[in-house]
Design a protein around this ligand. Sequence first.
Ligand code: ATP
Ligand code: LTN
Length: 331
Amino acid sequence: MARDILFSGIQPSGQLNIGHYFGAVKNWLRMQEDFDCMFSLVNLHAITVRQDPVALRKRSLDFVAAYMACGIDPEKSIIFAQSDVPEHSELMWLLSCHTYMGELERMTQYKDKIAKHTDNVNLGLFSYPVLMAADILLYQTKAVPVGADQKQHLELARDLANRMNNAYGKLFTQPEPYIPSTEDGGRIMSLLEPEKKMSKSDENAGNYIALLDEPNVIRKKLKRAVTDTDTVIRYDREHKPGVSNLLTLLSGATGKPIAALEVDYAGKGYGHLKTDTGEAIVALLEPIQANFHHLRNDETELTRVMEQGAEKARIRAHSTLNKVKKAMGLI
Ligand code: ATP
Ligand code: LTN
């Protein structure tokens, strides 16, 4: 029987960090066995912020190697670059003509981004969620594993699927979000400003742990992580965001539930928690880093994986797009 389709993407901007790992990639690995998976390097999304072309190309290969180093298997899943499948942009236009300005004006990511990039408030930043809806709907996607920050964008994709299906007959599958709970890593917070999400575009590298950070850098960053003036190791996002974030990271890296960690750490100090979290993350990332360096050395193979992925994706994309154009009366 055909398996349900899963689609997810990460923008090749900045450096992949453990927020992406726990929020998205970890779920991808788990779901890879049960779904027909498509993982896209969403480079058209990345250019909503100005990119250096040479660095973007290089970073794109870094990201593909990183996906594979984490365990995404190109023999089981389709890995491809969004820009290799022009149907994404074409479906985006068709969806744009059915998206209301008010819907996009409400998007919090867009508001944050225009506040941050005041010198480049471009149309792409505003219409970004429509491109994301096109990515998803183009493949008749059922499951979309993402971090909590993408919930609002997912809602738009679902609304657009409904709107188009009501207007033109059944064109799209209704996508479902798969978002880990906050305790499970759906929203990993910044190390130095734990009320803010850990983000790869953060200019202060002390705020995140990159997947490729050296073990000693990881230990040092965790030692400096902001906690609070209390001394109790307890999970409480509202009053103890830093400590709660460390517990989430330790739990994610060791597989031990947070409640059990609270018991283990009763009476122990924050220094202890930070050291153990550092060691657990170093142990988690060590094999990933070794795989990465091995895979990244073979650019021919990475390019082959992307070409093979794009070829498969294009066949699927073409089929949905044709159906939509026909239904809309485009000859
Ligand atoms: P940028 O800061 O460059 O805008 P980003 O760090 O938010 O990007 P994306 O490429 O937008 O990264 O996100 C890729 C995936 O990782 C998405 O599913 C997103 O929800 C998830 N993700 C990003 N940051 C976190 C985080 N701090 N915690 C959990 N999941 C996250
Ligand atoms: N907007 C997402 C990245 C993204 C995506 C997608 C995720 C683009 N298209 C489709 C899931 C499905 C983000 O993380 N900023």
